[in-house]
Design a protein around this ligand. Structure first.
Ligand code: F6P
Length: 253
């Protein structure tokens, strides 16, 4: 199947993530023994609709990507991304945040925060088409496609860093695995798995999100993405995104 994406009048070829790139984070080790080295997802990075947009995006130290995760299983587990953390910004005590939007399908964003090497918070956010999900500073993240439809999602993120994969690989994955059917199982290979908190997506008007409006359009109001490079100025946003007021029941699949 041709996986070229047309964006801004250009044909974009994806980077791909194969099973061999993420063997360490798979739950079903028996399945892994004989699984073919398939492509699991497609990443179209650093997109812009026009030259003018590109120049605005670069001036603000940002990047816009699209990722496509076809439906599938990793043995008994739903298909997912490898999982990574972002680095700390100087000595601020905060790592770079990120924001996702579901363009098509359903996503489960599994977030976790470590303190002194111990996982202290784990959050699962179910998002549908049009939902925005902010990954706050200091949280690592995995995206799961828990449906039988293709998941297409976009993200805005700082262009000033490279992702850190080691902690997920070292722990054999995130604190939880989502099995086909929706059961969440604790990852016994990592030292501590706090109870899961299920939270709502971060559809927050104050940072420019609007129902039915794709967040690519923020390129025309790019100051609204200021939290991606200066998270220290947005404590109210992190409090709001992570608040227990946003708790929901576990999703029913
Ligand atoms: O780097 P991973 O864990 O494979 O996840 C891929 C995702 O991360 C991003 O690099 C953004 O953080 C996207 O391009 C892509 O959706």
């Amino acid at each position: 199947m041709d996986r070229t994406l047309e964006f801004g009048g250009k044909q974009i070829e994806p980077d791909v993530r194969r099973l061999s790139d993420m063997r360490e984070v798979i739950y079903d080790i028996d399945w892994l023994k004989s699984a073919p080295d398939e492509i699991l997802y497609y990443m179209y990075r650093d997109l812009a609709m026009s030259r003018q947009d590109r120049s605005i995006i670069l001036d603000h130290g940002l990047r816009y990507d699209i990722t496509v995760i076809p439906p599938g299983r990793l043995g008994s587990e739903y298909v997912k991304t490898a999982g990574h953390y972002h680095p700390e910004i100087g000595n601020t005590g905060m790592t770079y945040p990120e924001v996702y939007e579901v363009l098509h399908g359903t996503a489960h964003y599994l977030l976790q925060r470590c303190d002194e090497g111990r996982i202290v918070d784990v959050v699962l956010i179910e998002a549908h088409e049009g939902d925005k999900v902010i990954i706050p500073p200091n949280y690592g993240h995995v995206t799961i496609n828990p449906s039988n439809k293709e998941l297409k999602m976009a993200n805005w993120v700082s262009r000033n860093f490279s992702s850190i994969y080691e902690p997920y690989k070292k722990c054999g994955g995130a604190a939880y695995f989502e099995l086909a059917g929706g059961k969440m199982v604790r990852n016994g290979r990592c030292d501590h798995q706090p109870d899961l908190r299920y939270l709502k997506p971060s559809n927050i008007g104050k940072v420019g999100f609007a129902k039915g409006r794709e967040m690519y359009g923020l390129v025309r109001d790019i100051e609204k993405l200021g939290y991606l490079n200066s998270p220290g100025e947005y404590q109210w946003l992190w409090d709001e995104v992570l608040s227990d007021k946003n708790r929901v029941n576990a999703p029913i699949l």
